[in-house]
Ligand binder design. Sequence first.
Ligand code: PXG
Length: 466
Amino acid sequence: MKLNDIPTFDTAALRAKDAAHHLHPFTDTKGLNAAGARVIVRGDGVRIWDSEGHEIIDGMSGLWCVNLGYGRQDLVDAATHQMQLLPFYNAFFKTTTAPAAELATLLAEVAPPGFEHVFFTNSGSEGNDTVIRLVRRYWDVMGQPQRKTIISRHNAYHGSTLGGASLGGMSGMHEQGDLPIPGITHIDQPYQLQHGHAGESERHFGVRAASWLETKILELGPENVAAFIGEPVQGAGGVIIPPASYWPEIQRICDQYGILLVSDEVICGFGRLGQWFGCQHPHINTRPDLITFAKGVTSGYLPLGGVLVGERIAKVLIEQGGEFTHGFTYSGHPTCCAVAIANVQALRGEGVIERVATDTAPYLEQQFATLADHPLVGDAQSLGMVAGLVLYKDKTTRTLFDAELGVGYRCRDHCFKNGVVMRAVEERMIIAPPLVITHAEIDLMIARIRRSLDDTLASLREDGLL
Ligand code: PXG
């Protein structure tokens, strides 16, 4: 879009309309309405602009999804072309569409070996609801209908539908609406700051954290356990990077008890960790039976999600399962699939993921780690294109701020003011920038984060909190 084609926006009027009629997700509406929502109007590359003309580096890729960055004409063209030809047709009654068939084929090419089939949904939450139904159906068909329980982790995020929120381990979500639904249980997360012992090595902690799965399986009886689900790196939980010893041990335990392993790759898929899927990263290295995806499959340009179904499950369901009574109006939506095809072809054709692994992620890791010399900051770490740091009240004694002070939110507001989107999750500040970010843009992003940390420190001192 040319600069003089950009419309002007009446910020006050939009804020008033939004406050009057729009209920935002995960938002205290009263608080938001008092402050007024920031109106985002435009994006290009790794940058977004608000209605008042402020330029902001989008350190969160929208919501972990705009992997290719904003302003990709090829994705726009793919949508336009498909909308003109056939904006929608369904995949229910013995019909398919060209984009759905082509995308399914393309996904089988880029997926890890052994994934030949895909079930399409509109979101990650619907993907994980599909996971619940698929694993229970699989064990029914296998003649083990008592294998119902799915084990997940506290502080996991698997979506916001009843199924997704139940699989997730967010206590605040469980408190609203009597969740989790029956048949889902949680173990602790592999977060050493929270669960590590004094002097414990990272390796030892990873193995110990994985052993909580075995303990839970034995408590439930292995014959009753259907699956274990986890994000390779917990995203919304605060970019919790598990020790390298964690996932191989989880894999071993799942194998030992014949339990299905589900890798929720809604964030980690499509290049986020420098591999097509997070489970392929050497730090993770698992062989899942099911992979949930969404977000990066279209770089967020249109909603699409789904489940990659490994052959162990696909064979049984296809050969013996008959009708799987599950699906959505928009499963395999042709326009969303057309955009996903263009996105996957761009990721592949432009070598984006290889560049992340060999160049961009190592540079981000190096630059992000420099923040650890800031008086507020400890544990500044990244894996691929996700990174997180801890805000400490006293980093020498590893003392955290009182949660009620909301120091992370204070820091997040300074970040916005200084032109960078960074997300706050309790004591952690996190980023997941577009995969196409350049070294110069990383430098600028880190400089803006550092300035925001300085501003946070100054404001804490001014308020007598330090
Ligand atoms: N699984 C994972 C791992 C996710 O991160 C979902 C499932 C659900 O996807 P949908 O498309 O239904 O939203 C997600 C979504 C945050 C935030 O604040 C993260 C997500 C969604 C909204 C907010 O970090 N992740």
